[in-house]
Design a protein around this ligand. Sequence first.
Ligand code: B12
Length: 179
Amino acid sequence: MGRRKKVLFITPPYHCGVVEVAGRWMPLTFAYLAGSLREEGFEPVIYDAMTKRHGFQEIEERIVEESPDYVATTAITSTAFDAYEILRIAKDVNPGIITLIGGVHPTFMFSEALHIGYCDYVIRGEGELTLRDLLLTIEGGGMPSDVRGIAFKHGHRIITTPPRCFINGHWLRHSIHPY
Ligand code: B12
């Protein structure tokens, strides 16, 4: 069996005082996504650079140390440019790393995320099923255009695939994917 593919999730190191007031909390976003990938045999690693108060230098060192196959980040509007910088650093460390972004900002501003140039795939909306569908498609040599709920560049064109349904309890309990 081949090596498990490593997905390094990194929180953007953005600070505006709210984390300091609200306290330190596990990034639920990445916990959900990592759980979903682990079920499919991937090796997810969550690096909460924001909560650790790490900067881009430390983020770069961690990417080098982990040597991931994928680097994934998340963005709300205020953290978007820090998130793009993480993806730039990942490509700088190793252009072979596949870069991913999701969250409320890139879900709508996918063309901005793709035009910045360091992002291979934008995952739009809920990520648990879309991310694992995308990674299984990439690893299996399939066509990303068959994956619902993403945006990516093909040459200079931006391709958006049809949106994916919201996840409901019934689908999750029976492991039936709402494609
Ligand atoms: C909890 C929370 C916080 C916590 C976060 C704690 C932590 N460690 O996680 C704290 C208190 C720190 C916080 C702070 C802030 N927050 Co806040 N926060 C939330 C809240 C209430 C829930 C977020 C959450 O965890 N959701 C649960 C997870 C599972 O869902 P999710 O994040 O949406 O992720 C899913 C998808 O979006 C997608 N996805 C997301 N990222 C990715 C990445 C990849 C790779 C993939 C594949 C998929 C994917 O898949 C996930 C699973 O389905 C939301 C409101 C909301 N109801 O969503 C606001 C919200 C995200 N916050 C918001 C804001 C503005 C802020 C602050 C900037 C506040 C301020 N004005 O200073 C700060 C920024 C701090 C920072 N440095 O990031 C806004 C963002 C608005 C926008 N359009 O950008 C929101 C939407 C609230 C609002 N309606 O205004 N916040």
